[in-house]
Design a protein around this ligand. Structure first.
Ligand code: B16
Ligand code: MG
Length: 219
């Protein structure tokens, strides 16, 4: 029996995925690396330092920086990202999501957040959604970031439910892999090519409804 829904944040609840893209792209260009939206798909859901490693590998420069320099680069990206998200409001919730969250709560399911972002609580507060969540798994508290299952497992244990009683919702390939490794049913929303392995797929957040998700889980 399903007891909880565990949501990703960036790209599912709000489009901060776009701000991550802009901030990484600007940083990469500063160090002579260019990348496009197709490569950016590989960064979605991946933690800050792992994302930086992937970008440096793309530019074949992963051995050119010390750990301290890499940390400085990641901090620079994060400062830029934080600047970009300062104006986030309730208006930035992706279409259909607020209604879906309300439907979930109204029907007695628990609601968890499993974002790789250390900025997640701040973003949820700016969106006015912080209070709706029964748990927010702390990205800093898990050892391995997505595609490892850790953040989804942490959310399930905070909600005191079994992973098999949870449905995870993600916009990234690494996130779907994390949900599956955690032993949960995976809903993918967004880029079809990246979300081929989802158990249930929709292209847009407006297509997500509690009824459709639960029906897909049963079939
Ligand atoms: P931060 P999600 C992820 O959030 C983003 O998709 C990813 O692009 C970002 O690098 C990661 O959070 C870490 O974010 O630098 O803010 O800690 O999709 O798991 O909600
Ligand atoms: Mg995401």
């Amino acid at each position: 029996m399903i007891k909880a829904f565990i949501f990703d944040l960036d790209g599912v609840i709000t489009d901060t995925a776009e701000y991550h893209y802009l901030a990484w792209k600007a940083l990469a260009e500063e160090i002579g690396i260019t990348f496009d939206r197709e490569f950016n798909e590989k960064l979605k859901g991946v933690g800050r330092m792992d994302s930086l490693e992937r970008i440096l590998e793309l530019g074949k420069t992963q051995h050119d920086f010390t750990l301290g320099e890499k940390e400085q680069l990641a901090t620079k990206k994060n400062d830029h990202y934080k600047q970009l998200i300062t104006n986030i409001t309730h208006e930035d919730i992706l279409p259909g999501i607020e209604e879906l969250l309300k439907e979930i709560k109204k029907n007695g399911y628990l609601l968890g957040l499993a974002s790789a972002s250390k900025n997640a609580p701040e973003v949820l507060r700016s969106l006015g959604l912080y209070e709706q969540f029964d748990c927010i798994a702390d990205a800093a508290a898990v050892e391995k970031s997505k595609p490892a299952p850790d953040i989804f497992l942490l959310a399930a244990s905070m909600l005191k439910v079994e992973p098999s009683q949870c449905i995870g919702i993600e916009d990234a390939e690494s996130g779907i892999e994390a949900i599956h490794s955690a032993g949960m049913f995976a809903v993918g929303v967004g880029d079809e090519e990246s979300l081929k392995s989802a158990d249930y797929y929709v292209s847009n957040t407006t297509e997500l409804s509690l009824e459709n998700i639960l029906n897909a889980r049963k079939s």
